[in-house]
Design a protein. Structure first.
Length: 368
């Protein structure tokens, strides 16, 4: 779901459905063994809920820096300015925050985002909050990471819309960014380039973590979750949602087919059928595969799924139960699950909640 709820495709593990029956249904599927291991583990009798949760999830780190992609202060400061600056788009109207608004928890509340020259994107905009924790970027994983996604947005027809990168470099220099690029990338003889644009924005996005009540719970505060949210956590585990939505991002670590127990578009009312990762790979095995989204802040990022076809979280939960788990969820199940999902809402980072003040730069006399 744009951080958004989607594609929990483990089979139900509660009630009369046994692990052995799940194995028969998933025989030959590469991820079946991992799914079964998680399911069996979650069913161990007598294991305290908090202990189960700690084995399935992880608290958020301070930031999402890696050795390859550090959160150097100069890079972060530059990336923050670039994130909010629309002047690099083809028509001067689109910045990163156009599709990833702070007030909407890093999304735009549209079924499909609108880029330069009012061009419609193919899919719903995922949130940038905690996004660097996921193993790929975008719904079909056609971007390696947040840096790659930022860089390629410059020339993306439905993003910034620039026809080629040379014009972007000229714009950056004309807008006075050259000194800041040199400070952020002091060892690069040509610091003003698309790759460093992506690295700077990526460095900023890697600071956008939103610790939530779940994190406090995982650290030992049993009262951080309401009783209903704890019931929802137990339901989330017992139903098998955790077979796909686990780890620090509560998802975002694999591709899964959307529609394990039926055609997703029948339940979502999608106006068109998106074949998912197949669009990128042309491999028939990838039909209807999408990246499992991380569920952090999911309650704040409607509409849901890759096409924004479902307006509310309770409805999205019901759809997931039916097409991914093969189960009609009860009203109580849905209410409890939504309470748990609400516990994944964190506080916006101050450096994201308030926009930077951009210097009133103008283009040089020579057109870029």
């Amino acid at each position: 779901m744009n951080s958004r709820l989607n594609h929990r495709d483990g089979g139900p593990v509660k009630g009369r459905r046994s692990v052995s029956s799940l194995a028969r249904r998933t025989r030959g599927v590469p991820w079946a063994a991992a799914l079964l291991a998680v399911t069996v583990h979650a069913q161990e009798a007598g294991q305290p809920l908090m202990e189960k949760a700690r084995q399935l999830f992880e608290p958020l780190p301070k930031d999402m820096a890696t050795e390859e992609f550090p959160t150097d202060p100069a890079r972060v400061a530059l990336g923050r300015k670039l994130f909010f600056d629309p002047r690099l788009s083809l028509d001067g109207t689109v910045s990163c925050q156009t599709c990833h608004r702070p007030g909407l928890y890093g999304t735009d509340a549209l079924p499909k985002s609108i880029g330069a020259e009012h061009r419609l994107n193919a899919r719903n905009a995922p949130t940038v909050l905690n996004a660097a924790l996921q193993f790929k970027a975008l719904w079909i994983g056609n971007r390696a990471d947040v840096e790659d996604q930022a860089m390629k947005s410059l020339t993306g027809q439905t993003s910034f819309g620039n026809p080629e990168t040379a014009a972007v470099v000229r714009k950056l220099k004309a807008l006075g960014y050259e000194a800041e690029f040199k400070q952020a990338f002091p060892n690069d003889p040509e610091p003003v380039k698309p790759e460093n644009w992506g690295k700077a924005i990526g460095a900023y996005e890697r600071t956008l973590v939103t610790p939530s009540p779940l994190d406090a719970y995982l650290k030992g505060d049993a009262k951080a979750l309401t009783p209903q949210a704890r019931n929802g956590l137990k339901t989330f585990i017992d139903l098998g949602c955790v077979s796909c939505h686990n780890g620090v991002a509560v998802g975002g670590s694999a591709f899964r087919k959307f529609g394990m127990f039926g055609d997703y578009w029948t339940e979502t009312g999608s106006p068109s059928i998106d074949e998912g990762r197949f669009k990128e790979t042309r491999n028939p095995a990838d039909k209807y595969l999408f990246k499992v989204p991380g569920l952090r802040n999911v309650a704040m990022t409607p509409p849901y799924f890759h096409d924004g076809s479902v307006a509310t979280l309770p409805q999205a939960v019901r759809v997931m139960g039916k097409v991914q788990l093969g189960k009609e969820l009860t009203d109580q199940d849905v209410s409890d699950l939504v309470a748990f999902l609400n516990s994944l809402t964190g506080e916006l980072p101050q450096e994201f909640a308030t926009e930077p003040v951009l210097a009133p730069r103008t283009f040089s006399a020579t057109p870029p």
